[in-house]
Design a protein around this ligand. Structure first.
Ligand code: SF4
Length: 450
């Protein structure tokens, strides 16, 4: 199908849904477009090209992306030369169907073709054709280095592996991102070196299943050790780790490598072994609790967060009570909790979504309520302690206040001058909230800024 021939776009705006991997993909697309001379704009109404980078992990994220695209229809009628691109997981999953469903869309770019965004936009601009560019995710992919336009000048997202081999029964990711492919260790370290030269102080190593990183003979612990050697980088984080791949070598690396932060996101998903089996998670509640105990014993001060799904098909009251009791026993620092929603193409979507919505909501509220209390109790335990904080920005509430994060990824708000943004400072915690700590600089500003 051919639309009105648009003019060559000069400005672009990217809307991103979903996880940090999508954030990094958007940064890569921005880098590619800027390298071709295009300028990013804050407001989509000023953009010649709008890219919506989509997520399909949960129904809500997909609906929000579709709603956002639908809301662009009027703007497209007024400015038919504007190019609208749908990128990422929804593009990969639905392909051609997006053009039928969303007539305002000009370009559909799958997860494996994001790196072609510049050339694809040029083709749409010069021919006026609507294009779908999707590759089979099961084909091998070669991950080249690309220009990246990062949002932060302090903390950098670095994708170290793509895809996932696990096929959890509720998850669509292996179908939209394909099988695991790791980047060469030398290439990742080279990128981190460049980031350090540009003034970045923290890197977040990303992968759908980051702790199953493997390239040549190197595993994820080797990668952490190599990144730890890069001068100028002060902190290393990583996400997301699968409990079954959390090896003793990784725990030992977290303990011994001084730049690796004492923080891990370790999604458990459910507390009942029967549900975990149906989810195809390949660990038991007992294995998870043992892992948690070893982490807490061997990595002093480690903070642990998780994901939980309630209302999985056929989840009985007894199954749910096991999840609730795991919230009680595991005492995570915080947890992302969701109601199950079927994702077409997954194994679980073949089963009846048997738990009524009201019951799902009730179970979710119980878990969230208890987790809030636990997060509050854990954070209250920091009051009176002095903690190292990397200052990220002024706070949203006031430009007299700063926002930073501890090594355990706790958000801390404290009074101080904007000149400290980018510094590592010591903050004495004076008050707490389930999601935030509040404090005072532990040393005078003149010393802290030195
Ligand atoms: S480990 Fe499971 S939940 Fe995570 S991306 Fe892979 S299939 Fe999805």
């Amino acid at each position: 199908m051919v639309t009105a021939v648009p003019r060559k776009p000069k400005t672009f705006h990217i809307v991103t849904y979903g996880c940090q991997m999508n954030d990094n993909d958007s940064e890569i697309m921005a880098g590619i477009l800027q390298a071709r001379g295009m300028t990013p704009v804050r407001d989509e109404t000023d953009a010649d090209l709008v890219i919506v980078n989509t997520c399909v992990v949960r129904e809500g994220a997909e609906e929000r992306a579709v709603g956002r695209l639908a809301s662009m229809a009027a703007a497209k009628r007024q400015r038919p030369e504007m190019i609208i691109a749908v990128a990422g997981c929804m593009a990969q999953k639905d392909g051609e169907r997006i053009l039928e469903r969303l007539p305002m869309a000009d370009l559909v770019v799958g997860t494996r073709d994001l790196f072609k965004i510049g050339a694809l936009v040029d083709t749409v601009a010069t021919t006026g054709e609507r294009i779908v560019s999707i590759q089979d995710v099961d084909k091998p992919v070669f991950l080249d280095a690309h220009p990246v336009q990062r949002k932060s000048g302090l903390k950098a997202l670095v994708t170290v592996m793509y895809g996932c081999n696990n096929f959890c029964s509720f998850c669509i990711v292996p179908k939209t991102r394909g099988r695991e492919v790791s980047r060469p260790l030398r290439e990742v370290v080279g990128e981190v070196r460049q980031l350090a030269d540009q003034g970045y102080r923290e890197v977040m190593l990303l992968g759908q299943n980051v702790n199953s990183y493997r390239h040549g003979g190197a595993d994820f612990a080797d990668l952490l050790a190599a990144v730890n050697e890069v001068p100028g980088i002060e902190r290393i984080r990583f996400i997301t780790s699968h409990p079954k791949d959390c090896s003793d070598r990784l725990i030992s690396a977290m303990r011994s490598l001084e730049k690796v932060c004492e923080n891990i996101h370790l999604p458990v998903q459910a507390g009942s072994n029967r549900v975990l089996r149906r989810m195809k998670r390949f660990y038991t509640r007992e294995h998870y609790l043992d892992l948690l105990a070893r982490l807490r014993e061997q990595v002093p001060g480690v903070t642990v967060t998780t994901d939980i799904i309630v209302g999985f098909p056929d989840e009985t009251d007894a199954d749910f009570e096991e999840t609730y009791s795991l919230v009680e026993t595991a005492r995570w620092d915080s947890a992302f909790m969701f109601m199950y929603s079927p994702r077409a193409g997954t194994k679980a979507a073949e089963w009846i979504d048997s738990i009524p919505l009201e019951l799902k909501k009730h179970r979710l509220q119980r878990c969230i309520g208890r987790q809030e209390q636990i997060s509050g109790e854990i954070n209250a335990g920091y009051v009176g302690q002095t903690m190292e904080v990397l200052v990220e920005s002024t706070s949203r509430r006031s430009d007299q206040e700063l926002m930073g994060r501890t090594r355990g990824d706790k958000c801390v708000i404290f009074p101080g001058p904007a000149s400290l943004v980018g510094s590592l400072v010591q903050v004495r915690v004076t008050a707490s909230h389930p999601h935030t700590l509040f404090g005072q600089l532990a040393v005078p500003v003149a010393v802290a800024a030195a």
